[in-house]
Structures are given as structure tokens and as C-alpha cells.
Design a protein around this ligand. Structure first.
Ligand code: PLP
Ligand code: COI
Length: 339
């Protein structure tokens, strides 16, 4: 194992030894190649650079107490990349190629998978881009699929504590029938100005509203939103919302723990009725949200205790992490091993 101060790692890039790459050319995918370079050499007229023809994924691998490396729901990320690729007219790596490349990237960088005790993990970033010389606005004919990894986290340096969020009244992240449901780079560029403004005002994140009526909760920064009340887990579902694999997992665990799960529109006014709220995604599992300010009305909504994560959020967070690290049985078949 590498000599890294695992506990000082945040969610950032750290160089590892290898990445893997695969080219789509002349109508087919080539072999999975190993590279020790951090650089890509691509044509300056590539569609990914000019027209944002790109998609990415994010998933994690965990080292268990037993030393074995577990990857969480890789097949779901593979399927989501296919969905993203289809929508922006790219060729997607089939599920088998995606999982082969992910496993290979982990195996080659096995020494960077943090030790169990650190609470850190290996973040895996699959990337798909349109490449090749092209000027007109049209799908590329060549694609490059890259998988690189970086040891990250523990995400909450200050502990698993609620953050302050701002309702985003001015800007939209995705159009009603646009690209919000897929994981393409443009969505993240579209959210950066809003996030920047939120940070400037002292908020950890902005909560986007539906871009048509501005009445319903959409995404919670780069994560799905959930609220909890009366033992019920409520999360919005809309075309503009990325189908989060973490959220799907939390809904499954919530049901298992005896909660009711509702996927429906959440009107802004309902926020004040939740006992717990948060964002959920691969990076943090759950980011509890304790305070939500509405800059339009000046209203401050306090959800549960502003200092402590709520009991259901804590239970769900611990349960999911214990499956990921292999401390609880994987009853849903979410974990695959890298041998
Ligand atoms: N929503 C957005 C916009 C995201 O970027 C992410 C992160 O991947 C999520 C939701 C959460 O998805 P997942 O749980 O699959 O990581
Ligand atoms: C997540 O994993 O929750 C994210 O939002 C990833 C982000 C870095 C794109």
C-alpha cells in the first residue's frame, strides 16, 4: 500500500500509477489499453471540446476489514453511462467493457485503495468523449473511453453534520426536457455560476428548483434531494433529475428499515415540514441539510437540528457505508469484488 496520509485526503485529484483507455474507431471498440500518462492527446477540433459531447461517471471502491476490495453497483454506472451516451449521440462502452475497464483500473492501482480503518475510499472516474477532426455540429465518429482513479475522503472532515443551503431562485441547471437526466459535462458547467454565488454568500450548496414553474425541488447541488418526515423518505423524481444510484440504494434501505418511500413532486412550501433533509450522491453518501434560505422571500427554513444529522439520515448513512465496506451483508447484490 502507498505511503499516503489517508486521513488528510479530501475529495480531490491525486495522481495514481495507471489509467485505462479504450478507443472506438471504424465502428468498433478496440482493446483496453493501460497508460501511465495523465495526459490525453486529442485533436483540437474534437466534439468534446467544442460542443460538449462528453459524459462521465463516478463510483467508488472500498477496502474491507478482510482486505478485499469491493466496488459498489458498478453495473448501474455502466448502464447510466449508456443512457448518457445515447442522449448526446455517442457510442457507449457496453456494460462488460465498462466493468472490465473499471476493474482493471482498480487492480492496477490497488496500492491506492485506502485502508479500511481510514474511512477513505477509491473514487473511480469513467469518462467518455467525442474525438477526431470535425467542424460541423454533428456527432463524432471516434470516441475515447478513459477510466482513472483517485483515493478520496473521508468526505466529512468535520464529521457528519448538516450544511447550509440556498434556494436557487435565479438560475436553472437543466431545461424541462433537456439533459438533466443524464450525466453530461454541460450540466455541471451550467450549475457553476449558481454554486459560486451560493459559496460567496456562505452556503455550502444551492438547491435548484424545477426550471418550468420554479415551484418544486429539483437537484440539491450535484446530488439528489430527499426529505424525511413521519418515518417517510420523500424524494423528487423528474426528467431534470439525474437518477442517483445512491438515492436508489437509500430508498431500498429505507424500505428495509420500515420507512415509507415516496417519489413525487416536492413543493417548495413542503420543505418546512421535513424533520430531516439532505443531498445524496456517491461522493458523500448523504450531505445533511439543516438550514435552507430562500433569497426571494427572505424566509429561513430550519430542518431538524441545525447541528446534528437526524436519526433516520444517520441510520441510512451508516447502513449504506457498512454494506460498502463489507461490515454488513450485501443482501441486494450491490457489491462486486476486485480480485
Ligand atoms: N445528481 C447529480 C447532478 C450528480 O452529479 C450526482 C453525482 O453523481 C448525483 C445526483 C448522485 O448520483 P450518484 O448517487 O449515482 O452518485
Ligand atoms: C457525487 O458523487 O455525489 C457527485 O456529485 C460527484 C461530483 C464530483 C460530480
Amino acid at each position: 500500500m502507498k505511503n499516503i496520509d489517508w486521513s488528510s485526503l479530501g475529495f480531490g485529484y491525486t495522481k495514481t500509477d495507471y489509467n485505462v483507455r479504450c478507443h472506438y474507431k471504424d465502428g468498433k471498440w478496440g482493446a483496453v489499453e493501460v497508460s501511465d500518462s495523465e495526459m490525453l492527446s486529442i485533436h483540437m477540433s474534437s466534439t468534446c471540446l467544442h460542443y460538449g459531447q462528453e459524459a462521465f461517471e463516478g463510483l467508488k471502491a472500498f477496502r474491507g476489514k478482510d482486505g478485499r476490495i469491493r466496488v459498489f453497483r458498478c453495473e448501474e454506472n455502466a448502464k447510466r453511462m449508456i443512457s448518457s451516451a445515447n442522449y448526446v449521440m455517442m457510442k457507449a462502452p457496453p456494460v462488460a467493457l465498462f466493468t472490465e475497464a473499471v476493474n482493471k483500473a482498480i487492480r492496477l492501482n490497488e496500492a491506492y485503495v485506502p485502508p479500511y480503518e481510514s474511512g477513505a475510499s477509491l473514487y473511480i472516474r469513467p469518462l467518455l468523449i467525442g474525438i477526431g477532426p470535425q467542424m460541423g455540429v454533428a456527432p463524432a465518429k471516434e470516441f475515447l473511453f478513459v477510466v482513472f482513479v483517485a483515493p478520496v475522503g473521508p468526505y466529512f472532515k468535520a464529521g457528519f453534520k448538516p450544511v447550509k443551503a440556498m434556494l436557487e431562485r435565479k438560475y436553472d441547471r437543466a431545461a424541462p426536457n433537456g439533459t438533466g437526466h443524464v450525466k453530461v459535462g454541460g450540466n455541471y458547467a451550467a450549475g457553476m455560476f449558481s454554486t459560486h454565488e451560493a459559496h460567496e454568500k456562505g452556503y455550502a450548496l444551492s438547491i435548484f428548483l424545477d426550471s418550468k414553474e420554479k415551484r418544486y425541488i429539483d437537484e440539491c447541488g450535484p446530488a439528489n434531494f430527499f426529505g424525511i418526515k413521519n418515518d417517510t423518505y420523500v424524494t423528487p423524481s423528474a426528467h431534470t433529475i439525474l437518477p442517483s444510484i445512491t438515492n436508489d440504494s437509500l430508498m431500498t434501505l429505507a424500505k428495509e428499515l420500515g420507512m415509507t418511500v415516496e417519489r413525487r413532486k416536492i413543493p417548495v412550501e413542503e420543505l418546512a415540514t421535513f424533520d430531516e433533509a439532505g443531498g445524496c450522491g456517491t461522493a458523500a453518501v448523504i450531505s445533511p441539510v439543516g438550514i435552507i434560505d430562500d433569497p426571494e422571500s427572505g424566509q429561513r427554513i430550519t430542518v431538524g437540528s441545525p447541528d446534528t444529522a437526524g436519526p433516520w439520515s444517520t441510520k441510512l448513512y451508516n447502513h449504506l457505508r457498512s454494506i460498502q465496506y463489507g461490515d454488513s451483508p450485501d443482501t441486494f447484490g450491490w457489491v462486486t469484488f476486485v480480485e
